[in-house]
Write a protein that binds this ligand. Sequence first.
Ligand SMILES: Nc1ncnc2c1ncn2[C@@H]1O[C@H](COP(=O)(O)OP(=O)(O)O)[C@@H](O)[C@H]1O
Ligand SMILES: Cc1ncc(C[n+]2csc(CCOP(=O)(O)OP(=O)(O)O)c2C)c(N)n1
Ligand SMILES: [Mg+2]
Ligand SMILES: [Mg+2]
Ligand SMILES: [Mg+2]
Length: 320
Amino acid sequence: MKGTVGELGEFGLIRELTSRITSAPAVRLGPGDDAAVVAAPDRRVVATTDVLLEGRHFRRDWSTAYDVGRKAAAQNLADIAAMGAVPTAVLLGLVVPAGLAATWPVELMDGIRDECQVAGAGVAGGDVVRGDTITVSITALGDLRGREPVTRSGARPGDIVAVAGWLGWSAAGHAVLSRGFRSPRAFVEAHRRPEPPYAAGPLAAHLGATAMTDVSDGLIADLGHIAEAGKVRINIRSAALDVPAQMSDIGSAVGVDPLHWVLTGGEDHAIVATFPAGTRLPARWRVIGEVQTVSTLPRVTVDDAPWDKAPGWDHFTAAG
Ligand SMILES: Nc1ncnc2c1ncn2[C@@H]1O[C@H](COP(=O)(O)OP(=O)(O)O)[C@@H](O)[C@H]1O
Ligand SMILES: Cc1ncc(C[n+]2csc(CCOP(=O)(O)OP(=O)(O)O)c2C)c(N)n1
Ligand SMILES: [Mg+2]
Ligand SMILES: [Mg+2]
Ligand SMILES: [Mg+2]
């Protein structure tokens, strides 16, 4: 496809975007009308939204438009899974400059469509607006299939803490890219295209998870929300965390303790949950700690000691 977004015009762009999407079971009426119609068999709708901004969430010299689409969808779909729900549909709000090559939003849409397909959802609609900074705003919907949502607030002292998915990979990839490198590829790819374990969310709900969240900001930060909401304390056992040898190699090369990436790196969208002690968990879940009663210690400890560095990403602090 030749030309810019400006040359296509608003409705030309919408036509190009919507021609790329494929059908999905829950999307009964998709793009083309004033609103979409999405099936909600449970009669309750799970809804979430996350905004991604060029320069803050992605860089065009680090990630292709397709990668950004996969990541923007994944970030939202993971939030649906982290409630114990099954993703059904997403809506895309897109801000782009007129001079942007038209291939960029079109490839972004291909990425969103493909990530949605992985999670079983479809694109139901969206909006396009001209603006100076590329902004990708996604709203995702999901269905609880008759189960209660797993909130952040149900953790009880004695529960175990377990994680499914990757931790620290995206942060290690980000460290590599920030220093101008493009390899090791596995970590750079993990940063460009996270792979949330979507099915682990509803499965955890089925297995009786007491609290759950996805790790978007960092394990310590996100477990902090669970500890706060449940009025409990959480201890992470660092020996239980997986620090791959190649991650250690990157750490040595750039002078960072790789455990730091595993404990505080976000954007892998692993799913972390608490379960009653004795719950039998499938192999993809790794037990990494336990829930305790509040004491004078901080909400989240690592090996029973306070963590005095930043717990993860915060958009309004120096780390962010
Ligand atoms: N601008 C906002 N208006 C209303 N609710 C918000 C806003 N920003 C964040 N929230 C809510 O605060 C909670 C925490 O947000 P956030 O940290 O972004 O969650 P997540 O990491 O799962 O995306 C969510 O329930 C979210 O809906
Ligand atoms: C160019 C660039 N700089 C820094 C980062 C790192 N980063 C950006 S946002 C973020 C945390 C997750 O994003 P947020 O908007 O907080 O999503 P949410 O927690 O709401 O899901 C991280 C680790 C990045 N991905 N790209
Ligand atoms: Mg958010
Ligand atoms: Mg979340
Ligand atoms: Mg965040």
